[in-house]
Design a protein around this ligand. Sequence first.
Ligand code: GLV
Length: 331
Amino acid sequence: MNDASARRVLVTRRTFDEVLAGLRLRFDVDDNQGDQPLTPDELAARAAPCEGIVAAVADAVTPALLDACPRLRVVANCAVGTNNVDIPACTARGVMVTNTPGVLDDTTADHAWALMFAAARRVVSADRWLRDGHWRAWGFMDWHGVDVHHATLGIVGMGRIGRAIARRAAGFDMRVIYHNRKPLPDDQALACGAGYAGLDELLSSADFVVVSVPYGPATHHLIGARELALLKPSAVFVNIARGGVVDDAALVEVLQEGRIAAAGIDVFENEPKLHPGFPALDNAVLTPHIASASRATRLGMAELAARNLVAALEGARPPSLVNPEVLSRAG
Ligand code: GLV
């Protein structure tokens, strides 16, 4: 759209052509199909004339950015997590914040299971060893891993994704325990066959521990050296939540010393930089923050972010508004 009066929006990272085309019917869209991550200064300069931003997990929406964008009315985060957005600062300026819950639960839960299996059964290091030409003869006593079936699965954080992880455990005859700020209502706990446990009790009794909590001040280093020391020596630890929920330096140390069996990690403190100890670990499977990355789910996320943006700019309530108090403030 070249109409000079059209409202301008910024889509900060490469997205699906069909989603961009839909936005272009309504708005003057500044895209980034070249997909170079924007520096904070570039983001501020490109967002400055915009009424809406479709943001990604690595875009920091700070008070300084908001001050540079006086026309901004909505930040449509293309993620379920919103820790990259200063929500109180948005609310104070009357800016709506939206996210993409629901559409990614099953895909993210699938990835948690992929990491559990890959770490427990040493899939990645066995693959690497094989490709490196080490296989001379089949060995009965080689490559022993940890059984998933009939093990106890402990889930820290029992939101939609945690519950989707739990539901999958029935197929492997697992016992499921969970820890959450608040115990689930009975019907929800029953639906995913999970029993409540205190955090320390969960960490010391589960065979598989999966972390699935949002990141924020209350969950910063929720899993640190003390908590990791509670894990069983045979435990498999999985983080599909956010970097910062786990103290990476403490986790690297536990893995280097073989104090747990293995880990599967999708999210890191300071990503895309890794703690320097991670790459050399043979007992860790590492993925680059891809738990929601199936094509169908990423399309669903992009479409939901676009629906949120359109609703916010066309006077409707966005389907997944994170700071509804902004509406009463405006009214
Ligand atoms: C991805 O990490 C998300 O929060 O959706």
